[in-house]
Design a protein around this ligand. Structure first.
Ligand code: DON
Length: 306
């Protein structure tokens, strides 16, 4: 039976209201701390083209780490399995910006979704493209079918001015020989990539190719082969929400990717993509109300991979 997505989104919207004051907006990127934690938006993009939305689903927000998904899809589609010589495929069990594991694992990041792994992917893209940030932006525009998607240069600059930890991570990897381009060039590109903004409605549409075995639902363009799309989904499930990935799988039961802007993209393979945005974060850096909303979504729709 097809769930009544419209009614379910309205139910969730009412249920999450008390949670909006509980999370903490990210402040280590100063510009992100100016956003009100009271926002909440949620959008569903069904592979048959139906769309549903509630709340602030048409308001732009900072994608941050969700762009790591696009960067990885682009790198994986161009470079194939060779990327795995530079970055692993295991959950880290550590915060997304931790340096600790990287030292004793000799500069090879656990996975492409923690900051160290995403910086290696940016380094790989910087070798392949003249400007890796523009390559990721063009890719995002294509998969969202939305030519106006852009960087937020104020956020990018704000992140760059305080990017000491990412500089430390990149320099450590360079010392271990796992970083080929100039650190500054790659980090500037990475900050611009992370500053890309989208609405929940755009994000759900942009992620839909990953729910449809790597092909864009509305025009059939094959972005990734089915096997690679399956592997991206597996990485999202095991690593997409950092050291909370186990708990997220337990509560929500979907492959997902979060960002410190408060967005989360989740996939029901073969069925739909769902995006949620609420800027208040829990202690692991995932949207507090957003995670709860997705937990309710899979419960109320009986749609999860388990
Ligand atoms: O590199 C950073 O710290 C940010 N540009 C992205 C971090 C992020 O979104 C982690 N997500 N929960």
């Amino acid at each position: 039976m097809t769930p009544d997505y419209s009614a379910i989104l309205n139910t969730i919207y009412a249920e999450i209201q008390p949670l909006l004051s509980e999370g903490e907006v990210a402040s280590y990127i100063p510009q992100l701390s100016t956003i009100s934690p009271q926002h909440f938006g949620m959008a569903v993009y069904c592979l048959d083209g139906r769309t549903f939305a509630v709340g602030d689903a048409h308001q732009k927000f900072s994608l941050q780490s969700i762009t790591k998904l696009f960067a990885l899809a682009l790198a994986f589609s161009r470079e194939g399995d060779s990327i795995w010589t530079r970055v692993g495929r295991e959950p880290s069990g550590n915060p997304f910006n931790s340096l600790v594991q990287l030292e004793y694992e000799r500069g090879k990041p656990r996975n492409p979704f923690i900051n160290a792994g995403a910086l290696v992917i940016s380094d790989i893209l910087s070798t392949r493209f003249v400007q890796s940030d523009i390559a990721v932006l063009q890719f995002a525009r294509m998969i969202a079918d939305e030519p106006n998607i852009d960087f937020d240069t104020t956020v990018a600059q704000s992140e760059h001015e305080t990017a000491h930890r990412n500089y430390a991570i990149a320099h450590l990897m360079k010392d271990f020989g796992n970083f080929h381009n100039p650190v500054r060039t790659v980090i500037e590109s990475y900050c611009r990539q992370c500053s890309i903004t989208m609405t929940c409605a755009e994000l759900a549409k942009a992620g839909s190719f990953l729910a449809q075995h790597g092909s864009i639902p509305w025009n059939g363009t094959q972005i990734l082969d089915a096997s690679s799309a399956k592997r991206m989904n597996a990485l999202m499930l095991t690593c997409g929400t950092y050291d909370a990935a186990g708990d997220f799988a337990y509560r929500v039961g979907l492959p997902a990717k979060s960002g410190v802007g408060g967005g989360i993209l989740a996939l029901v393979p073969g069925d739909l993509a769902v995006a949620v945005w609420s800027p208040g974060l829990d202690t692991t850096g995932n949207s507090l109300a957003g995670t709860y909303a997705l937990e309710r979504f899979t419960t109320l729709t009986a749609r999860s991979i388990f």
